[in-house]
Design a protein around this ligand. Sequence first.
Ligand SMILES: [Zn+2]
Length: 303
Amino acid sequence: MVVALDVGGTGAKCALVRPDGTVVHAERHPTGAERGPDAVVGTILDVAEGLADRARADGLTPRALGVVVPGVIDEAAGVAVWSANVGFRDVPLRKLAVERLGLPTALGHDVRAGGLAEARLGAGRGTRHVLFVAVGTGIAAAHVVDGSAAVGAHGAAGEIGHILVRPCGPRCGCGRVGCLEAVASAAAIGRRYAELSGTPGSTAAEVVERAVAGEELAREVWSSAVEALADGLATGQALFDVQTIVLGGGLVRAGRHLFDPLRTALRERMTFHREPRLVAATLGDEAGCLGAALLALDSVEDR
Ligand SMILES: [Zn+2]
């Protein structure tokens, strides 16, 4: 049994998980990032300790703790280097957790952990080379080979959202112009449609709905986002040569209205590269928490 926490900007998904990935108990807590980083760390440690106590009360033995957070994470050092969403800057979270709970602790990145879970327990199960791409407010990825996600030299691997796809495109949150995320994230699609149509507050889901209903402007916005996403995925495939690309995040709810044109656009971009299988994530918003559990398990046993 391991204790797993996926701490996001607004909420934390927390669970007790068996080695086979079965969730025995799950709870959710608000992150309360507005209270400052110290209070958030306090909540993380309280919730983790509460879950470990709960396991013991049920006669189970918690063997390790896994915590994942967004941002730049130095997994080897166990330090949350930079995480704007939860206000962390150089927080030695692993050390603090070990001191408080006395359990071996793994610290990881939320999207990389989600990709790890999809590759091992979800849509990528049974394939050795998986690229997990989460398309929501932003776009981020995890490259998983043989059940391990590449971390990078600086804890920042997988930032596929900042591949340049439209040199004359809109400005990205990172400051540069034309990043994939600035064109094809759910947030960018809603924003683009709002700009062109003069309908403020449009969402990507509404754009898809209107496009399917045959509205010309929505079709244009949707198809240019799909084309940009295909450019990003084709770059991913050129770099990683995977068997399976697992798409997760809010945009996946568009179903075949996303996958049909995206598969076609991706196929058009393949020359000598092999076309990857393109599938939807199956673990939903539990992926990060399950990934945290896998990191915890990996830290105490040889798979
Ligand atoms: Zn960017």
